[in-house]
Design a protein around this ligand. Structure first.
Ligand code: FNR
Length: 194
């Protein structure tokens, strides 16, 4: 079970660098022997969180998303940086996913899809810092939800020139950094979810 890795990006922009990084990460993780689910957030119709809306019933796509998060012990999140933090899309997705679901045996305590999961963080940006500050805000949020965070992380700077036409990372050093995050996430998941 521990080698089931969920990879997703906090951007739905068509030309998203973080989606490209998620795709490259999925390929590297498959080479490393992981069973990878590459999640695309634009496949989910998730409204802006509103407790009034939730009181009418958790949307079907939120339940679908929670189920996928629930099933995967290890995650890699590619988090774009907006205004020195992570995106509203990512926050909204996490807020919905962490909220209790009335009558559901597994999700009465809303944090449960997150509790004990091993998470690794990546980011990509056209700028030199690679969206690093998204990670510094995402880390405490994930820890607050009782995720185990991989100490290894990687921010891909100058992302406009980092991928080849097939979507692979051009520089071996970048691939190595991504692989180090994957290895650590899978290592920890192997111990927490043997
Ligand atoms: C940005 N961007 C950005 N980049 C950065 O390095 N630091 C920042 O604070 C911000 N702030 C910011 C705010 C807003 C509202 C937008 C739209 C963009 C640039 C951003 O990181 C860049 O567009 C990335 O390419 C976005 O990720 P995706 O969509 O390519 O995955």
């Amino acid at each position: 079970m521990h080698n089931q890795l969920l990879v997703f990006a906090g951007s739905t922009r068509q030309q998203s660098f973080n989606r490209r990084l998620a795709q490259a990460t999925a390929a590297i993780a498959r080479e490393a022997g992981a069973q990878v689910t590459l999640l695309e957030l634009s496949d989910f119709d998730i409204p802006m969180y509103n407790a009034d809306l939730e009181a009418q019933g958790t949307p079907a796509d939120v339940l679908r998303l929670k189920q996928i998060l629930w099933e995967h012990p290890a995650w890699v999140i590619c988090a774009p940086e907006y205004n020195g933090s992570y995106t509203a899309l990512l926050k909204n997705t996490i807020d919905w996913a962490s909220s209790p679901v009335k009558g559901h045996p597994d999700w009465q305590d809303g944090t449960r899809p997150f509790r004990g999961k091993v998470a690794g963080m990546l980011s990509a940006s056209p700028g030199a810092l690679g969206g690093l500050r998204s990670q510094s805000h995402l880390a405490p949020l994930l820890i607050n939800l009782e995720c185990w965070l991989a100490p290894q992380a990687f921010a891909l700077g100058h992302a406009g020139s980092a991928f080849d036409d097939q979507g692979a990372l051009v520089q071996p050093a970048h691939r190595d950094r991504v692989r180090a995050v994957i290895d650590q996430v899978l290592w920890a998941a192997g111990r927490l979810h043997p």
